[in-house]
Design a protein around this ligand. Structure first.
Ligand SMILES: Cc1cc2nc3c(=O)[nH]c(=O)nc-3n(C[C@H](O)[C@H](O)[C@H](O)COP(=O)(O)OP(=O)(O)OC[C@H]3O[C@@H](n4cnc5c(N)ncnc54)[C@H](O)[C@@H]3O)c2cc1C
Length: 566
């Protein structure tokens, strides 16, 4: 149920995609752990990886939409196969994933725009092994995109000069094209244009971070821009910034899954062989509990991300449910990743600091994912808009199957206006929740019933609704319900065994109780709300046999199952 790169055959993918995945695993296993860690410690720019990407035409194949494939039938933008690539890269190191991720972000405004000349140029640059960058953030403005100061000043006849700087921009040192967001100085309209990082008027000022990645500040000094470089303007430019993030933020969950997977193998192998007081560390009951929690949380992260991909690939102007599940992959899966690493680190303790472990990188890097591409708060604030329709105004939808077909994800590049989120409808959650009869799902359903009652009879007042802190907590409970819904759907599709599903809902019940207590404890909660919060606090159903089976059959067996080549 989790990736084992040396055993995985990628049979679920077509031959060209399979070849890419296998060769990527082979690249890292041949590079070996010693060199991987050396490059991390010495902050070596990953030329070897980028050479591999160029030689094997990896980004060209995975990131060129079918419309610009030029007859190469392996080229398409296919979220299903990109999941596998995301997972492999982060399994070996977030830095390798990051250069791919910011390339995806950089390509977003290009493929979403309406400039065919740049699109063709981009397809050629990808074929040449080019990487890309996404110049959205500015040092002074963070999440406040409205205040962007990068300015495009008209000169004459469709020619402009760009002035301004961007901050925290991955790949900005070497990108073939940097999709840059700014404003037309004359009209105030938003604009996206492509800049070349090797142009004389483009200055890569510095690397803002101390890592293998280049997360740069760059400045444009009277940088010449023509209509040929403009990707989109006005509302389209604005929409393509947010729609690009919609595509990109999904990958962050996979980065967390890959990191946690490698860390689990290291942790269980270390703990099983560590003997204290004449016992293996894994004989301690709390250690077993931590491991079972870490593994079930990881399995749930992966199941949710896979199911969310189905909704992304099935999306259309009539079905925008992905706009709920996608931010959840970003903020829920990535924060679950932090919990997994916390649990594992409490188990392996000092070992997690050692410089020759993967874990040392995992402990550092897992923190990044919740913070990138909109913080957890920004994404939570976004999904709260869906809550009323989600619970009280469902709509019928055809069932979405596993979307594994080798097709181009056209809709992701024409998602349209980013408005109207409050109008989006979802399918009835009882379809999933009533489809499995397991002890902890049944407890969880009782918790959901009380939450519904809370929203129907003790909904936040105007004052509470203006208090983001209060809403964030309520949002955590809502998130758990949607998380559980997709987990059940995925469990049914993949026939995941009952023991595993019920053990997953063991932590889901505990998490629900924790967030209910937090909401209760808010100084602004009313007596009625507090009473309902107390009713939400439940305990999972104890089943020692189920716990032992999950521990023995799924977790303990991972001891020694995978080690990266030296
Ligand atoms: C390693 C790294 C790589 C990055 N790569 C890129 C890149 O390639 N391209 C790029 O354009 N950017 C990149 N970024 C920037 C990243 O996207 C920003 O960090 C992010 O947009 C948030 O901005 P900020 O961190 O400055 O936080 P701020 O915007 O300063 O936010 C401060 C606090 O306010 C909260 N907040 C802000 N707005 C809201 C809201 N509406 N509702 C609720 N809470 C809110 C936030 O949650 C946060 O806690 C990168 C950042 C890092 C660290």
């Amino acid at each position: 149920m989790i990736l084992h790169p040396k055993n995985e055959t990628f049979e679920h993918l077509d031959p060209r995609s399979r070849e890419i995945m296998l060769k990527t695993v082979e690249f890292f296993e041949s590079k070996g752990k010693k060199k991987l860690k050396h490059d991390d410690h010495e902050r070596v720019w990953y030329t070897d990886f980028l050479d591999f990407v160029k030689r094997e035409r990896v980004f060209a194949t995975l990131l060129t939409p079918a419309a610009f494939a030029g007859g190469d039938d392996g080229k398409r933008w296919d979220t299903f196969r990109n999941c596998a690539f995301n997972e492999i890269l982060s399994f070996y190191g977030l830095q390798y994933w990051y250069t791919w991720q910011v390339t995806i972000l950089g390509l977003g405004p290009i493929w979403m725009g309406n400039n065919d000349k740049v699109k063709q140029r981009t397809a050629d640059l990808l074929e040449d092994g080019g990487i890309f960058a996404f110049g959205l953030s500015e040092q002074a403005h963070g999440a406040d995109l409205y205040s962007s100061e990068m300015a495009l000043s008209p000169v004459a006849d469709g020619r402009y000069v760009a002035n301004g700087s961007k901050y925290y921009i991955g790949n900005a040192n070497a990108a073939a094209l940097v999709s840059t967001f700014g404003k037309n100085r004359e009209t105030g309209d938003f604009v996206f244009f492509a800049a070349q990082s090797d142009h004389a008027n483009y200055e890569c000022v510095k690397n803002v971070v101390n890592s293998q990645n280049f997360v740069a500040e760059y400045a444009l000094h009277d940088y010449p821009v023509t209509e040929d470089d403009i990707l989109s303007t006005g509302q389209e430019a604005w929409d393509s910034s947010l729609n690009t993030i919609n595509v990109g933020k999904y990958n962050l969950g996979w980065a967390s899954v890959g990191i946690c997977t490698h860390a689990v193998y290291e942790a269980i192998t270390h703990a099983t062989h560590r003997r204290l007081f004449d016992h293996s560390v894994t004989e301690f009951t709390h250690i077993r509990q931590f491991f079972v929690d870490a593994w079930t949380r990881l399995v749930a992260m992966r199941m949710f991300a896979l199911r969310a991909s189905d909704y992304m690939r099935a999306a259309s102007t009539e079905d925008r449910r992905y706009l709920l599940y996608n931010p959840m992959v970003k903020m829920k899966v990535t924060t679950q990743g932090e919990e997994v690493i916390n649990l594992l680190w409490d188990i392996i303790a000092a070992k997690g600091f050692e410089k020759d472990t993967y874990f040392e990188m995992a402990a550092r890097d897992i923190r990044a994912l919740p913070k990138l591409e909109g913080t957890v708060h920004v994404n939570m604030a976004l999904i709260i808009k869906f809550m009323a329709n989600y619970f009280f105004n469902p709509a019928p939808f055809p069932e979405v199957p596993t979307m594994s077909d080798p097709a181009n994800d056209d809709f992701l590049f024409k998602q349209g206006a980013t408005r109207g989120l409050g109008k989006i409808q979802f399918h009835d959650i009882t379809l999933a929740y009533d489809s499995l009869d397991l002890p902890n799902i049944n407890v969880f359903k009782q918790q959901i019933d009380v939450l519904r009652q809370f929203l129907a009879t003790a909904a936040p007042s105007k004052e509470q609704a203006d208090d983001i802190d209060f809403l964030l907590n309520l949002g955590e409970l809502f998130t758990l319900v949607a998380y559980g819904q997709l987990l059940i759907e995925k469990a049914k599709i993949d026939a995941v065994e009952d023991d595993v599903v019920d053990q997953i809902f063991d932590f889901m019940v505990r998490d629900f109780s924790r967030f209910a207590l937090q909401l209760y404890s808010k100084t602004g909660s009313t007596d009625e709300q507090m009473a309902l919060c107390l009713q939400m606090i439940r305990k999972p159903v104890k089943d020692t046999g189920r716990f032992e089976r999950v521990w023995q059959q799924h977790v303990a067996v991972l001891d020694g199952a995978y080690a990266m080549n030296d």
